[in-house]
Design a protein around this ligand. Sequence first.
Ligand code: SF4
Length: 322
Amino acid sequence: MILIDTEDLIQQLHKRGVHRVAVQLPAGLRRQAFDLVQTIRAEGFEVLLSGDPCYGACDLDTDAAALADVLVHIGHAPVSENPSVLFVPVSWDFDVQALASVVPLLRTKRIGVVTTVQHVHLLDEIVTCLGTFGIEAVVAHGGGRAPLRGQILGCCFDAARNTGATEILFIGTGLFHPLGIRLATGARTVAFDPFTAHAEEVDTERLLRRRAVFIEKARQADRVGIIVSAKSGQQRLARARRLAARSERAVLILMTEVSPDELLNFGMDCYVNTACPRLAFDDQDRFPVPLITPQEYEIALGIRGWEDYRIDEFCGDEAPAA
Ligand code: SF4
């Protein structure tokens, strides 16, 4: 069940004394947009719904925000403080007893547990449930862009790293996050999908073999485009500039949506993505040429060794300002 606390949202809007409200939801929640807008309007607010793509709290609709007194961003925790945005995380419940299917896959009695923002409210229940199977589950704070205890993002795996565990359980959908955890921490990683109750150990070997092919192609590229995001929550201009300065073959390209169609006419042999780190992994198949990470480009340039392969993260100095 997906839960949006509309009562609390309305209260907060009244408290702010606003009238014009812009509302932004990611694609997976847009079916709820109409009812949500009607609920807010019924309280006397004027509502403008953002229709542009939204992938995370890094991706605020600043155009809609400029036309309203406040931007209500649904579905994500803030990646940075922003007083003109009201962040409304969404809770997705599931039956934690389904975690019984994970237990046979675990090799140690002390594991780290992480999840995405939708399920963090269940972490205490999850720890208790695993305890009944004799498993000590450690939940750590990540900090930075992922402010909630036990929360990871596709660009920040600190909450997994900070457990110090040699085995991590990821609870959520898809394989990108658990693959990222495995690459970021080196810990054995088990993924559990709470909606299908399917559990599996993740294996990065196939992914790395594929990435090695892209790196080799990048090494041979005559023309390289280094993509810089125009979204403030994804912008790493300094990182991109440093990479561009390493090679005369590289040029900087600023864009809001990293789209293969928009890049086609540049005719580059390879693109280096400094925007959302997920793009190079999730969207590679949409690109006719390699779309690689900054770390992979460093390997192609010979300034980083393959043995020092790292998943791209927004951490420390590398994090976007907003
Ligand atoms: S940069 Fe990408 S992974 Fe990070 S919060 Fe934004 S959409 Fe998610």
